[in-house]
Design a protein around this ligand. Structure first.
Ligand SMILES: Cc1cc2nc3c(=O)[nH]c(=O)nc-3n(C[C@H](O)[C@H](O)[C@H](O)COP(=O)(O)OP(=O)(O)OC[C@H]3O[C@@H](n4cnc5c(N)ncnc54)[C@H](O)[C@@H]3O)c2cc1C
Length: 384
């Protein structure tokens, strides 16, 4: 009887990066990838710049699932959800069968947080966290002129800039007086707000409580009683790691699926990476962390136990109306922001009492300092 394969659940950047990294080290061990979606490989960050780049959803596919099967020498089961994990039997349950694994990697991603809305069109609010969502959103934009975004976070601001670039009139509803308030101080957030406002984006302070459809347009009602009309509404109020499958199987979860620095859960032979994972206490839903995780886990699965290391990993926010880079400090109670504003940008440095740099937020011309400053930051998880 042949040995059970390594099973990877998911076909996002985390899953495919892991499979690629593993194949560099081991060409023969059987890999089965099981994914609830179509299994096409694409770069998710491009979803919030595709309009500006003139790309259709189909043009965002870098490689079809068939090509990925060939490239990775892997079995890929598409449009197939894992519904349960039996950790004692080392098997995953699909709708009509179960499959045994030698090692199981959960690369399940995250779910968009749904806004709490009333109204006859509450269900017509879009959220975009994968290519299929994006295709539906793009179809909804056809012949429409006005788009409203719920949430002025990283993804909301990026979509706002992209939609304006493509000629849409954009409203953003955000409960704080400046965007990205959890990542940066007021001056930097205000620079983004002003940059987008200068493009024509209308900012509304508050949060949406109702969406009603009337005569072919949507009426948005805010918690402060304000209302306005729009054609399409897109929610970008946050993501929640997908933990339910792990939780039901007795795998430890908190904000994400809890893993140690070898990406190992508390259950033998079960690992987690990407947006679903909480790695040594850190939930970092970005590309650079998942790549570091994938490299470390590939080495571990190939026989060399390897801890993941995280250098400082600044995030570039794709808002050309106000170029921005941010490196969020590990803890926002360990120092203070020192903010310097010029006509062309904001340089905000987060320093501890001894003047040690712990994080930064840079806008405009100050973004040119990103690499120099990043080298001064302590690693998030030091090499062991
Ligand atoms: C619009 C947008 C822009 C972004 N821009 C940036 C950026 O500029 N820089 C950056 O660093 N990060 C960015 N990010 C974040 C980055 O894209 C994500 O961190 C990354 O793509 C997550 O990859 P993942 O593989 O963990 O999750 P996902 O890509 O969500 O993949 C999860 C996979 O799991 C599958 N799955 C889930 N449950 C099951 C199940 N039960 N059974 C089978 N399959 C299942 C899904 O079908 C999917 O294939 C952006 C995100 C968005 C939404």
């Amino acid at each position: 009887m042949s040995a059970s394969p390594i099973i990877i659940v998911g076909s996002g950047m985390a899953a495919y990066t892991l499979a690629r990294e593993f194949r560099k080290l081991d060409a023969v061990t059987a890999i089965t990838i099981i994914t609830a979606d179509a299994g096409d490989a694409y770069s998710k960050p491009m979803l919030s710049t595709a309009l500006t780049q003139g790309k259709t959803p189909a043009q965002l596919v870098n490689m079809s699932a068939d090509k990925m099967r060939e490239q990775l020498n892997a079995t890929i089961l598409t449009n197939t959800a894992v519904v349960a994990i039996d950790v004692a039997q080392q098997s995953v349950q699909l709708a009509d069968t179960s499959l045994n694994y030698s090692k199981l990697v959960l690369a399940l991603g995250a779910d968009p947080v749904r806004p709490q809305l009333t109204g006859n069109a509450a269900d017509s609010v879009y959220a975009v966290n994968d290519l299929a969502d994006y295709s539906r959103f793009r179809a909804a934009l056809a012949d429409k002129k006005r788009v409203t975004l719920f949430g002025g976070g990283l993804i909301g601001c990026e979509f706002a800039n992209d939609l304006v670039n493509a000629g849409y009139s954009v409203d953003i509803v955000h409960p704080h007086h400046y965007p990205l308030e959890r990542l940066m101080p007021e001056a930097a957030g205000m620079a983004i707000k002003t940059g987008l406002a200068n493009l024509g984006v209308h900012w509304h302070l508050g949060f949406a409580v109702a969406v009603n459809e009337d005569n072919g347009e949507l009426r948005v009602t805010l918690n402060n009683g304000d209302t306005f009309t729009t054609d399409v509404a897109l929610s970008a109020i946050g993501l929640r790691p997908r933990i339910q499958l792990a939780l039901s199987a007795g795998i430890n979860t908190q904000r994400g699926i809890q893993v140690d620095r070898q990406l190992h859960t508390n259950v033998p032979n079960v690992y987690a990476i990407g947006d679903c994972a909480e790695v040594a206490g850190h939930v970092l839903p970005y590309v650079l962390p998942l790549m570091a995780q994938a490299r470390a886990l590939a080495a571990t699965l190939a026989g060399t136990a390897t801890d993941v290391a995280y250098p400082a990993m600044p995030v570039i926010i794709k808002t050309p109306a106000c170029p921005t880079a941010v490196a969020t400090p590990n803890q926002l109670d360990s120092g203070t922001w020192q903010v310097e504003c010029t006509a062309d940008g904001v340089c905000a440095l987060y320093q501890d009492a001894q003047g040690l740099l712990l994080g930064f937020a840079l806008t405009g011309t100050a973004t040119s300092q990103r690499q120099t400053l990043a080298k001064q930051l302590p690693p998030i998880l030091a090499s062991s």
